[in-house]
Design a protein around this ligand. Structure first.
Ligand code: HEM
Length: 333
């Protein structure tokens, strides 16, 4: 961002690269150079696949898969993109198998391969290579797109509401200063920044319908009969914009999460959903959000390019992403 020298730029893939490298370190055991064209292609494939799934054609395919399978259309790209992503992950897994060191704890793929080895011969085991491929791709997708989208929303809100950005920067300067990097221990001393990040997750509403689930048996839920095999989606929007709970549900207002200057927990704040199937990446996402956001606002002030009005227009897919936008990052040093 420093290299942009305060000129307008689209932060999308800079943020995606930085965030994705974290989940890549955990699952694949390595980071990628930001200018690595293969890495950039993977990130573009992920982003486009998500967009296509949420598009009109993607939804039509979901509703009528048997008919749509025979028709041409842009949704066909979902399968070719997914195939390319799978080919990449298959290659990474094959390399891990060659280099597997039983004595080293290694990364996610290493640990999974060791579990497959341990459960060899057990036909009921969930640890097999097809599951390794799917769960690794799941982590790559969810660990990249969600947090990166949240950071994009955060920068968009800061550039739109400079008085809120100033208050965050004042807290950063007081608690962390300019000489060291932010750390998670700082968070408990930064109620205003914490409130702003919670409000970004509430208004950003990144995963508005959770992840589609399917009932495994006939059941009754809140008086409704739910037959086995029914697709279920939870509307997190209905909770996070509930007019009976939030003082100003449709306004970006960090005060929702503040009481007497201290951070206030809210029961209806469920961006990661709840229960047994809630987001397994919540802690990682919260850590990434805090560290990236404070590090960026410590070094830069974000603002709209001159004569530009920033918009909160969004594209809805499995995630809710801001439409492409440009902003300026002015160095604070
Ligand atoms: C701001 C960031 C994030 C938000 C708002 C978010 C939100 C969610 C939500 C609402 C669900 C659905 C839960 C349900 O169905 O009840 C979910 C599922 C999931 N999330 Fe996240 N998530 C975020 C970041 C992450 C990260 C960083 C990872 C990777 C480590 C991750 C991995 C997953 C996975 C694998 C699932 C599916 C779990 C399953 O099928 O049981 N998420 N997330």
């Amino acid at each position: 961002m420093e290299e942009e020298k305060g000129q307008p730029f689209d932060p999308h893939y800079k943020i995606n690269s930085a965030v994705s490298n974290i989940i890549c370190s955990i699952t694949f055991g390595n980071r990628f150079d930001y200018h690595d064209s293969n890495f950039q292609e993977l990130l573009h494939l992920l982003a486009e696949t998500l967009l296509l799934i949420g598009s009109f054609w993607g939804q039509l395919y979901n509703a009528f898969p048997l008919i749509m399978r025979w028709l041409p259309g842009p949704f066909k790209k979902i399968f070719s993109h997914w195939e390319k992503l799978q080919r990449f992950v298959r290659g990474v897994i094959a390399k891990h198998k060659e280099d597997l060191d039983q004595s080293d704890s290694g990364d996610y793929i290493d640990c999974y391969l060791k579990e497959i080895e341990k459960s060899k011969g057990d036909t009921n085991s969930y640890f097999h290579e097809e599951n390794l491929l799917c769960s690794t791709l799941d982590l790559f997708l969810t660990g990249t797109e969600t947090t990166a989208t949240a950071i994009r929303w955060a920068l968009l809100y800061m550039a739109t509401y400079p008085h809120i950005q100033e208050k965050v920067q004042l807290e950063i300067d007081t608690v962390i200063g300019q000489c060291r990097q932010p750390a998670m221990e700082d968070k408990e001393h930064m109620p205003y920044t914490s409130a702003v990040l919670s409000e970004v997750l509430r208004m950003g509403n990144i995963v508005p319908l959770g992840v589609p689930r399917m009932s495994t048996s006939n059941t009754t839920l809140a008086g409704y009969h739910v037959p086995k095999g029914t697709t279920l989606m939870t509307s997190l929007t209905s909770i996070m914009f509930d007019k009976n709970v939030w003082e100003t549900p449709d306004t970006f207002n960090p005060e929702h999460f503040l009481e007497n200057g201290q951070y206030r927990r809210r029961e209806a704040f469920l961006p990661f959903s709840a229960g047994k199937r809630a987001c397994p990446g919540e802690q990682l996402a919260r850590t990434e959000l805090f560290i990236f956001f404070t590090a960026l606002l410590q070094k830069f002030t974000f603002q709209a390019p001159s004569a530009t009005v920033l918009s909160f227009a969004f594209t809805l897919s499995l995630t809710r992403c801001p439409k492409p936008f440009q902003l300026c990052a002015l160095s604070r040093c």
